[in-house]
Design a protein around this ligand. Structure first.
Ligand code: SPV
Ligand code: MG
Length: 577
């Protein structure tokens, strides 16, 4: 359900009367469920009116007994109960804000009609139209059907009972004259109109199933005189289904102020659905039906799913996204300097690496930090964070380490290698990204010689897109094609810096892939010798291979990794200045 068009009953109810009082020809379209309601409520075209460009929309919604019944697979014979009808009515009201005219069939007896009026008025419906036939009526459009007309006296009484029950002056009760449908003469139709107007009706609908509009035009002419005689001004309604050559302007000129397209959304949907179903059977696959199917995303947009996604993402950004820092591995290249301590405890300008990271994270409002300990775990300490342990750290899989904090990932998370230092704005920018999986990638790698003994995670972008010097690119366009430490540095376009963000959806995809891989595979997998030593980048590559979109956020400066004594010296220099 989309929340875009919500309104309150009291705000909607009077809209139909207001349109009529402003002299508007009210153009009404049928709806039979929430989705068709949204279409009737929102669809618009630009057109020309006397040389002026105008935006054309429907002004109101017709809740038809024919299409409500048909969409429930039933004939239009008052067999669908009022409870079922009000369910459809409320479904449409919930997603629309235009006035609604309800097809009330015969209205039942006077007592039943009172309840109908009361419930429709409370729901925010603007008008009900009841037809002067005997319950249970038969639809008017089929020829050869017995049409039993109600005694006009009894019908006029029902109108009066309804008018007395309504609470607001906004609500309208319109009488539908079925004389022409039942093959009765024009005089009878006019006689009935006179009676109903005198009973206090708010408008008249004249119905016809003739192929040409002559009889409704004749009625309209006579109705004009009748109103003059009675000194009344009550709108006239028509349903041009069978006499469909006549235009809205011509109908309006004849005196009609409400024009109802009573069944066209359901009929066109039926035709499209049948065509699709038959094509699927013929072709035994779905490729051929795609051109006449609306893209799933457009349906998502229409029913509000994309709004939900956007709000979820906003919430995700404002809630405290957990940060997982794998710090379990040993660092052979810094063995002497570390002297049994984990790398996260390395001091740079009087502050440990982990405390530098905590500072940067808290500057970007990340406070839920989990550190995964392993090698030298007893010497690992930092204030205000949680520490979890990877007992298998000696296997050397960083992925195994972060999976220790699996339950932290469920609503989305950030993964940060424990040996990198980053500038604040990188995290701030990463937080704003909308994509579900984002790796932060440095684009200067192609200009540097690889450092000896330093294993880097290389990226090749999708379609081998190479970063250009001057360009505006959105992150949505930045897609990772390949990732891994065994990629030839000369073909790499970027380097993954060890910082990644997963939305709730991204985390679900990440965990789903991980669970599937460890359950179903053994031995070599992606770049790893064995599934039990899968690396983070192996899993990302597997996700790419499975069709998940992995994006990258491009940077070219603003970070440092600590793999060697030179890196430490560089970091000391950066922080001391
Ligand atoms: C309906 O739409 O249900 C109507 C109009 O009552 S008609 O089907 O033309 O009678
Ligand atoms: Mg009907």
């Amino acid at each position: 359900m989309t929340l875009i068009n919500t309104t309150l009953p009291e705000q909607r109810r009077g809209k139909l009367k207001a349109l009529l009082e402003n002299g508007k020809t009210v153009r009404v379209l049928e709806a039979h469920n929430g989705l068709s309601g949204i279409i009737a409520n929102t669809v618009e075209v630009t057109g020309d009116s006397n040389g002026q460009t105008v935006v054309r929309q429907f002004d109101a919604i017709w809740e038809s007994s024919l299409t409500d019944s048909a969409s429930k697979g039933h004939p239009d014979i008052e067999v669908i109960t009022f409870d079922s009808r009000i369910h459809s009515i409320n479904e449409i009201l919930a997603v629309t804000d235009k006035p609604m005219i309800v097809d009330g069939d015969t209205g039942g007896d006077a007592n039943t009609f009172e309840y109908t009026v009361s419930k429709l008025e409370q729901a925010g419906v603007s008008a009900v139209i009841i037809e002067d036939k005997i319950f249970p009526k038969r639809n008017s459009l089929e020829s050869g059907v017995q049409q039993n007309l109600e005694d006009p006296e009894v019908f006029a009484q029902k109108i009066q009972r309804g008018k007395r029950i309504q609470k607001s002056s906004d609500f309208m009760i319109i009488a539908r004259i079925e004389s022409l449908i039942a093959g009765k003469p024009m005089e009878e139709a006019i006689k009935r109109a006179t009676k109903y107007l005198k009973a206090g009706i708010d408008g008249i609908m004249i119905h016809s199933k003739s192929k040409n509009p002559d009889e409704i035009l004749e009625f309209a002419e006579k109705y004009k005189h009748l109103l003059k005689t009675l000194k009344l001004n009550k709108p006239l309604v028509c349903v041009p289904t069978t006499y469909n050559l006549i235009t809205e302007d011509e109908l309006n000129a004849a005196g009609f102020s409400i024009i109802i397209y009573a069944n066209h959304l359901l009929r066109s949907a039926y035709q499209a659905m049948t065509k699709t179903a038959k094509t699927l059977l013929r072709k035994q696959r779905s490729l051929e039906v795609d051109p006449f199917c609306t893209p799933v995303r457009e349906i998502f947009k229409t029913v509000g799913f994309l709004d939900v996604k956007e709000k979820d993402q906003k919430d995700e950004k404002t809630t405290n996204t957990p940060v997982i820092i794998p710090a379990a591995g040993e660092a052979p290249s810094l063995k002497k300097i570390l002297n049994g301590k984990p790398k996260a405890m390395l001091e740079i300008c009087g502050k440990t690496l982990i405390n530098h990271q905590i500072q940067t994270l808290s500057n970007a409002n990340f406070a839920d930090i989990t550190l995964i300990a392993g090698y030298g775990k007893d010497k690992l300490y930092a204030e205000g964070i949680s520490i979890m342990e990877n007992p298998d750290y000696h296997k050397g899989s960083l992925l195994n380490s972060i999976m220790v904090a699996k339950e932290k990932m469920i609503n989305g998370f950030i993964m940060l290698y424990s040996d990198i230092l980053i500038e604040d704005q990188i995290l701030k920018k990463l937080k704003e990204c909308k994509e579900d999986i984002i790796l932060v990638a440095d684009n200067s790698t192609q200009y540097h010689e690889p450092e000896e003994g330093n294993v880097l995670d290389y990226i090749i972008t999708k379609n081998h897109y190479k970063p250009k010097r001057r360009e505006i690119r959105f992150i949505s366009e930045n897609i990772v094609g390949k990732i891994g430490s065994k990629i030839n540095p000369e073909t790499a376009t970027h380097e993954f810096i060890g910082l990644a963000r997963f939305s709730k959806t991204g985390a679900e995809q990440f965990l789903e892939t991980y669970n599937d891989v460890v359950k179903r595979f053994t031995g070599r997998f992606q770049e790893s010798e064995d599934v039990s030593r899968l690396s983070f980048t192996d899993l990302i590559q597997e996700m790419i291979d499975r069709g998940f979109a992995v994006h990258y956020m491009e940077i070219h400066k603003g970070w440092l990794e600590i793999h060697s004594a030179e890196h430490i010296a560089l970091a000391q220099k950066s922080f001391s200045t």
